[in-house]
Each structure stands twice: as structure tokens, then as C-alpha cells.
Design a protein around this ligand. Structure first.
Ligand code: CA
Length: 717
């Protein structure tokens, strides 16, 4: 078993052709998320030739750019005896796996030096592992246009690439062409594979609101329905006279979080619409707001509201449920993240980000969708298509049926929400009854597989049965699965499974734990060691990634759960503290780690999603905001320190429209380009549990939940 990757074991992507999924333009470069350099590049040279690089990466300029806020900078010297080369790699983004058909490579070029046509580099396009074909850039660029941006278009057939290869094109090369020995400076921006010219934009945008926070201003506009709009361009002014472009936004999002990095200052905004040729519409109206200091309470409100928005504004349109990630598949719902999201929506109603009526309407939509969605023995699949309500086997064809763990995350959210509605109000009573029907329909006991089996099994497929055959064995994020299976009023498993399955002392369970933990520590479920001066009663290795203490405990109040080995509030707190002390000690000397940047857990990484843990082999230098922030109830002081650091010091790159981006890595000058459905809600919900205990109280109010606590108590060996 791959260590620490429990949830993400089955990442063998299959890409069925989905009729409804809107495609992305295949884009190699728009902006670097970080200043200074772009991670997905590699520049090298052989003297006496040279190309400027930052630790082997291409530099980016934030003063000369085509689309705000930066462009790639190629500064080079080409000599007879030397050579240089720069590679621009395609950044694979989760769920961005459908592309518009393309016939040409298109980019914007700015020549800043006195450069003759023949002194421009040659450019190449490569398909996975194959040698690229090159053409001289001079054949397609106009050198007369020095000091301004020009569009360069090169038909893909010049590179011996056919339109059918678009998905496989993974690298754009720039390399030495001339031997003139002079220094040249050019900028490259907006590198894409596109088809023929598109229709121009005729509509004009309208800004609707601006709201200032400590160091950023949120602006919103009327949703853009014109399908010829490719981007929205945002301009900022400090004096309402001179406006500067500060950013661009996808037309799927009707807001922009402008991190001005200053407090107590007024800013003015205008926006425009860009078509696929980057022609600009007329500018919008002007709108303004001021940044202002925030109290700690206001800061927590702001953090909760931004992350809540992922599940409110960012929800899949047909179902009202959570997308797997933004920006990824636009129609694909993740069921577990949707359960987390329901609790975030409830917290949002309680905090008055939306009215209770709006919440009710959303749940009417959600329940109508869940009622018609694919279910297998009452359990939901991991992913569903928002349009058709059919299973989406995003993790491969074997995963085309029930996912019991995701179902338990969904059910946890449904049960918490159910208690928020008032059974005296007919419309709310209706939702309560509909939630109850879904909950009572889940056949937890089916997932025992056979009467001899003492474990629950994660997946079941209608045509491949138990082919994945992953048994659920703790300690990890699947505690809520056992808990709800025991709690079920209709299809329960015996409470004895808590000890015979989840906390099993058997050989199979020991080997499972030792396998992924790569240590015997915790292989008997109980641990008993001390790490960084903190005792760990339960947990594999030294506790594992922090999502283990978040996902199951968004609704399930760990204070209320004590088994033969520990109380889970105490144990979860210790797991958070071990993680904290590891990051403070920082044995691998990662940049940024410390008392205000800690919390190793699962998130997007440089090349793939990874579950980081506080052990040397599983610590990749990735700072994941949800790690510390969803730990608020366990470590309020340490979590607040991290929150302030992430927002005040790193907000310029780490903060966005849905709160914090999934992760960043300061060693590599890298930031994730996505928000994750699994990681935003735990921040909202756990901050709420820290502030008021709301979601814990709601979930624990369910009589079946209370009964399950009693049943587990009664099984203590
Ligand atoms: Ca740009």
C-alpha cells in the first residue's frame, strides 16, 4: 500500500467522453502564481551561450506582461560554440482533462532588445517523450514591433503535430537559433493551443459591489453569460484617475479578490471583458472600497465566509453540491466534499452569510438531485455528473459504483443539516423527511461483503463487485464510516465491528497498518509512544496526516467519543500538536515552516495530490492552509498564528475568491492553482465548532448518533 494515500489510492484516471463537460483551452502559460519565476519551466545553457534563470527556472516579469500580472522573460546570449534551451511544461490540473480542438500554437511576444528576426529563438512542440520538431520563431514574428506585444501564431502541422495529438502535447521548447553573441531580451505570455479566430464580445460588464477587508478588496460583477468571453480583466486605481491592470478572472467566477497588501486605503476598480483574441470590451462602471483593520472575530468571519463561498457560489449549478475542485471539471460533483459543504452551508446560514430561507431553497435543490442520483445499495458513488446524476468513474472504471467512505462523509453532513431545520415548519419538515429517507436507505451492512468478514469494504461495483477490495481498518479518516454503519436504524453492522474491524488487533489489520505506516508504531491501533514530548494513544506512525482528525469530526464531536484506548478530543489534539512540533522543529529545513506555518495533510502538490505527514519521507515542503485552520478546536492559539501568517504575509499569492488556495511550497516558489472541495469546508466547519460548537451539537442531537455512542461504549473489551 502506498503510504498515507488512503483516500487517493485509485488515481488511475480514465477519461470517458462526456458530452456535457465544457472544455478548457489547452494553456501552457497565462501567469505564474508566484513572483520571480515559473515552476513549470526548465532553463539550461552551455557556455559561452547563456539564458537567465532562477535556480533553473525561467524568470517572470511583473512589469512587462500581456495579461496581468506577469509574463515569462527570456534573456539570452547565443554563441557559435554554446547553446541554450528553455522548456515550458504543461501543468496538469485535476479535472482539466477536456480541451477545445486546436490547430495552432498561439502566444504573445514582446521584443525589448535590438533584435533581428534571425536572432529570435527557435520554438518546438513535443508530444510525450518524443523529440520535438522546431521552427525558427522569425518565420512567424514581426521584428518591427519592438517594444509592443504582438500575436504569434504557428500552425501545429509545422511541428508535425496533428490536432488529434492535443491532449498529448506536454512541452513547448525555446532554444538557441542564431550565433550572434549579443544579449537579447524578449517576453512571452499567454501560450495556448487554439483553433480559428473567435467571435468578438459585444456586451459590457457591470460591477455590482466592492467590500474591503484587512488587506484585500472583494469586487463582484453581474454574471457573464456571453459565451465569447474568455476572461474578465480587472483594473485598480488609487486615485480614481490612473487605472492599472491587476488581474484576470475566468467567466465562470463573478468576483475577484484583489490583495492590495495595504490596510486603511481606498481603491477604485473597473473591469473589461476579453474575447478569445484578447480584444477588450468597453470598461465597466467604477466602484470603490477601503481596506481596514480587522479584529480577530472579524478575521474569523472573513475566513469562514470566503471558504463557505466555495459551496455556495462555487457549487455545481444543477445539484447545488460541491465540485471536486475549482477550476477543474465544471459538472462533476464530489459526494464527500458535498457532505462537508452542507455543514459549511449551515454555518454560513448561522453566520448570516445567507438567510435561512436561502439555505432551505438550496437543500430543496440538493435533495431533489440526491433522490434521483445513482445509488448502489443506497450508497453513493465518489463522483456524480451534475447534469445526468449518473456515476462518474473519475478514478478509473473499477470505481464505477458505491464508495462507502464518501457516502459516510455525505451522510454526516445530511444528519447535521437535518437537525438545523425546524420540524414545526412544513417546508423544513419536508427536508427533514427527505434527508431521513436517504439516510435510512443506505445499506451499510451490505458492505460487510460476507457474514464472516469483520471489516467494512470501501467500494462495490455493479458489474465488477468487490474488485477493489479495500477493507476499512483504522486509524485513519474512515472512523465516521464505522460510526454511521453502527448508527444506522435500518441496515446497521454490529457494534462489535468497532473493535473487530476498525480497531482490529488481528494479523491482517496489523499488516495493513504497518504497510502504509512503514512502521510497527500503531499497528495494533493503539500506539503508546511519545512524539516531541506528546503521548499518542491511538494512531499509526506518529499520527498521520491531519485530515484524519478533521473529516470524521466535522459533525462527530470527539469529546463525546471514548473507547478502550483514548478519548478522541484528547487524541486528536495530540495528533495536531505532534504535527505542529514537527513543523516547528522542521528537520528538513523547509522554507516557511514554523510556529506560524504548520499542519501537514493531504493537498495538491507540485506534480500530484499528496498526503503529507510529519515524518521525513512524507514531508514534501508543502504548506497546506487547511492543516492548521481545520485544527482550530484542537489548537486555537497555534491555528490563529498560522491563519494570521497565511493571510497577512502570504495572502498576496495564497488568498483567492474561495479563501486560501489549496497549498503552496516556498522551497519551490510554487502555489497550487486550485481550491479543493475536501479542504475548504473543514476550515469553515471546524472554526465554527471552535467558536460555538454548532455542527458538533447538531450532529450529536440525532438519536441514532447518541445510540451509536452508547453501543460502542457497551463493546469495550
Ligand atoms: Ca500573463
Amino acid at each position: 500500500m502506498i503510504r498515507g494515500n488512503l483516500l487517493f489510492l485509485f488515481l488511475t484516471f480514465s477519461i470517458p467522453a462526456l458530452a456535457q463537460e465544457p472544455p478548457y483551452d489547452k494553456q501552457f502559460f497565462e501567469n505564474s502564481q508566484m513572483r520571480g519565476s515559473y515552476f513549470y519551466t526548465a532553463a539550461s545553457y552551455k557556455s559561452p551561450s547563456w539564458i537567465k534563470n532562477v535556480s533553473g527556472k525561467l524568470p517572470v516579469s511583473d512589469s512587462i506582461f500581456f495579461t496581468p500580472s506577469n509574463a515569462l522573460h527570456l534573456q539570452y546570449v547565443s554563441h557559435e560554440k554554446g547553446s541554450w534551451q528553455a522548456r515550458l511544461l504543461f501543468r496538469e490540473t485535476r479535472g482539466q482533462d477536456f480541451f477545445t480542438p486546436a490547430t495552432k500554437l498561439v502566444f504573445r511576444l514582446y521584443i525589448a532588445s535590438s533584435t533581428l528576426a534571425k536572432e529570435l529563438p527557435s520554438i518546438g512542440v513535443a508530444i510525450r517523450k518524443k523529440a520535438p520538431s522546431f521552427v525558427p520563431m522569425s518565420q512567424f514574428a514581426t521584428v518591427a514591433e519592438k517594444g509592443s506585444w504582438q500575436k504569434v501564431e504557428i500552425p501545429l502541422d509545422k511541428f508535425n503535430v496533428s490536432p488529434a495529438d492535443i491532449k498529448k502535447i506536454d512541452t513547448i521548447f525555446f532554444k538557441q537559433y542564431s550565433r550572434d553573441g549579443k544579449e537579447h531580451s524578449i517576453y512571452i505570455d499567454q501560450v495556448e493551443l487554439l483553433a480559428s479566430n473567435q467571435t468578438p464580445v459585444t456586451s459590457a460588464p457591470k460591477l455590482t459591489s466592492a467590500k474591503g477587508f484587512a488587506k484585500h478588496i472583494d469586487i463582484t460583477w453581474e454574471p457573464v453569460s456571453d459565451s465569447s468571453v474568455k476572461r474578465i480583466k480587472i483594473y485598480r486605481s488609487a486615485d480614481n484617475k490612473r487605472f492599472y491592470p491587476v488581474g484576470i478572472q475566468s467567466p465562470y467566477v463573478s468576483r475577484y479578490a484583489d490583495f492590495t497588501d495595504t490596510t486603511g486605503k481606498e481603491f477604485f476598480y473597473k473591469i473589461s471583458l476579453l474575447d478569445r483574441e484578447y480584444n477588450e470590451s468597453t470598461l465597466s462602471n467604477t466602484i470603490s472600497a477601503s481596506t481596514r483593520p480587522l479584529t480577530d472575530e472579524e478575521l474569523l468571519d472573513m475566513i469562514q465566509e470566503a471558504h463557505f463561498r466555495y459551496y455556495w457560489e462555487g457549487a455545481e449549478k444543477n445539484s447545488g453540491l460541491a465540485l471536486e475542485n475549482i477550476h477543474g471539471r465544471r459538472n462533476m460533483i464530489a459526494t464527500g466534499a458535498s457532505g462537508f459543504g452542507m455543514m459549511a452551508l449551515v454555518a454560513g446560514a448561522e453566520r448570516k452569510f445567507i438567510t435561512k430561507e436561502e439555505l432551505l431553497h438550496r437543500f430543496e435543490k440538493i435533495m431533489s438531485y440526491l433522490e434521483k442520483a445513482d445509488k448502489f445499495h443506497g450508497a453513493f458513488p465518489h463522483f456524480l455528473d451534475g447534469v445526468t446524476a449518473k456515476t462518474e468513474p473519475f478514478f478509473g472504471d473499477n470505481d464505477n459504483g458505491a464508495d462507502l467512505v464518501e457516502t459516510s462523509f455525505l451522510a454526516q453532513g445530511l444528519l447535521a443539516a437535518k437537525q438545523y431545520f425546524n420540524s414545526e415548519v412544513p417546508a423544513e419538515k419536508n427536508i427533514i423527511e427527505r434527508i431521513d429517507k436517504i439516510w435510512r436507505g443506505i445499506e451499510w451492512s451490505w458492505f460487510r461483503r460476507d457474514p464472516q468478514n469483520k471489516f467494512l469494504v470501501w467500494h462495490w461495483s455493479p458489474d465488477r463487485a468487490w474488485v477493489i477490495n479495500h477493507k476499512l481498518i483504522g486509524w485513519n479518516e474512515t472512523m465516521i464510516t464505522y460510526f454511521l454503519a453502527i448508527a444506522s436504524p435500518t441496515h446497521p453492522i454490529p457494534a462489535s465491528f468497532y473493535y473487530s474491524g476498525w480497531a482490529s488487533q488481528g494479523k491482517e489489520a496489523q499488516e495493513y497498518r504497518a504497510g502504509w505506516g512503514q512502521t510497527k508504531a500503531g499497528s495494533l491501533y493503539k500506539n503508546g509512544n511519545t512524539y516531541y514530548g506528546i503521548p499518542l494513544k491511538v494512531g499509526v506512525s506518529n499520527g498521520g496526516p491531519l485530515f484524519f482528525i478533521h473529516y470524521s469530526f466535522l459533525g462527530l464531536d470527539p469529546h463525546k467519543l471514548t473507547d478502550a484506548y483514548t478519548n478522541y478530543f484528547e487524541n486528536n489534539t495530540n495528533i495536531a500538536k505532534i504535527n505542529y512540533r514537527y513543523c516547528v522543529e522542521n528537520p528538513k529545513k523547509h522554507k516557511g515552516y514554523g510556529p506560524d506555518a504548520w499542519g501537514l495533510t493531504a493537498s495538491d502538490g507540485l506534480w500530484s495530490y499528496q498526503a503529507d505527514e510529519p515524518v521525513i519521507g512524507q514531508d514534501h515542503g508543502k504548506i497546506t492552509p487547511t492543516g492548521a485552520l481545520a485544527s482550530f478546536p484542537y489548537t486555537p492559539k497555534e491555528s490563529m498564528e498560522a491563519l494570521k501568517n497565511y493571510y497577512y504575509n502570504y495572502g498576496k499569492f495564497a488568498w483567492g475568491e474561495y479563501g486560501f488556495y489549496d497549498a503552496f511550497n516556498l522551497d519551490q516558489n510554487w502555489r497550487a492553482d486550485i481550491f479543493m472541495g475536501l479542504n475548504q469546508a473543514p476550515i469553515v466547519v471546524m472554526i465554527e465548532n471552535y467558536r460555538t460548537g454548532l455542527l458538533w451539537n447538531l450532529f450529536m442531537k440525532n438519536s441514532e448518533v447518541q445510540e451509536a455512542i452508547r453501543k460502542i461504549e457497551g463493546e469495550k473489551p
